[in-house]
Design a protein around this ligand. Structure first.
Ligand code: SF4
Length: 349
């Protein structure tokens, strides 16, 4: 059966934070209307958590909640891809790989699951095939049109990345990219405070509810925050080499790659990693990052989140860490000034 209305619902969760700019350019070019689920609320969390086993990681519970939100908004076609492998022998976790199966089994209702599989470790399951699968239910079979839409997707994605690299917020970069604009902050504000790198999956830091708006909380503490989305692919790969890590996980670039880059950056005072409780890949990557970070003499704080994480405890740990970074920085400045004084006085004697 061919679906008549070119309307597609996209859950504002998980891979949304990595691939939505591309998907937005792609579907819009083909004449689709895109409906996003609403930003995460307590209800999203409760709805999602009620349908899966307790041990499931928070981002998956949130994803399920967003699918329910789309159904409640009356959206009939819900895009739920299975992103198996993003490069030969580079895989996602089993939960992201099996997302369509999970949704089909736990979310009942009157909707069509628009599935597509990306598996670059297999033949004939590359990006073009993935996109063909995504639009086939709507009767779109013209490969030239799909290729043109693919290009439009990359244009929007690249514009979004350029703006992120010039320190626009996620929301502003996405809004501008969707409006076909590229806005660049002309001057990178110098900060007298401290610079911190947030090392985490996009869905764990850009979903304000999941991370309790960590960007704002750090900004309020006078901290300038950096993340993987501000780095180029080359910088992320270089970060992997810096930590001598072996690439296996699809999202390892945004964790280990970003950590490697920021650990060796002189302008970064400390790293905060945020991981979801029960995440297998993260526990492996974080252990590796923690072990190797000792060579860089840079403080690192690891925060684990789940649906029960209390905001007060979260803030206290952020404050204590930033306070320590401020003290360390002041001591370092004093130390270097003292060194300079000693040096100048020995010159004059
Ligand atoms: S990578 Fe971890 S946090 Fe993300 S979906 Fe998989 S298990 Fe959950």
């Amino acid at each position: 059966m061919t679906l008549k209305e070119k309307i597609i619902g996209i859950p504002r969760a998980l891979t949304f934070y990595n691939y939505f700019p591309f998907l937005c350019g792609f579907f819009t070019n083909l004449g689709f209307e895109i409906i996003l689920s609403d930003p995460t609320t307590k209800k999203t969390l409760v709805d999602g958590a009620s349908l899966v086993v307790t041990e499931t990681c928070l981002p998956i519970k949130v994803y399920v909640g967003h699918v329910i939100n789309l159904i409640e908004k009356g959206v009939k076609n819900i895009f739920t891809p299975s992103i198996q492998s993003v490069a030969p022998k580079i895989y996602n976790c089993s939960k992201i790989r099996g997302l369509p199966d999970l949704i089909r089994n736990v979310v009942k209702g009157d909707y069509n699951l628009i599935e597509a599989t990306l598996d670059k470790s297999e033949k004939n399951l590359g990006l073009m095939e993935f996109l063909e699968q995504a639009v086939k239910p709507f009767g779109i079979l013209d490969k030239d049109k799909i290729k043109a839409a693919l290009k439009a997707g990359f244009v929007l994605h690249n514009n979004f990345k350029v703006m992120m690299q010039h320190n626009l917020t996620f929301e502003k970069a996405l809004k501008n990219a969707r409006e076909g604009k590229v806005v660049i902050n002309s001057k990178d504000e110098e900060t007298e405070g401290i610079n911190v790198a947030l090392v985490a999956h996009g869905y764990n830091i850009y979903d304000k509810r999941i991370c309790m708006d960590v960007f704002k909380k750090l900004k309020d503490l006078g901290v300038k925050v950096f993340s993987a989305l501000q780095l180029t692919d080359e910088q992320l790969r270089d970060g992997i080499n810096t930590l001598e890590a072996e690439l296996y996980w699809a999202n390892q670039l945004e964790m280990t790659g970003a950590a490697g880059h920021y650990l060796k950056s002189d302008s970064i005072d400390g790293l905060i990693t945020i991981t979801a409780f029960g995440c297998g890949p993260d526990s492996l990557m974080i252990e590796d990052i923690k072990r190797k970070s000792r060579n860089f003499n840079k403080p690192l704080l690891n925060l684990t989140i789940d649906e029960h994480t209390g905001e007060a405890g979260f803030v206290t740990r952020l404050e204590a860490f930033c306070d320590m970074l401020y003290r360390k920085k002041r001591a370092g400045t004093r130390f270097s000034q003292e060194k300079e004084l000693v040096y100048s006085s020995s010159m004059s004697s």
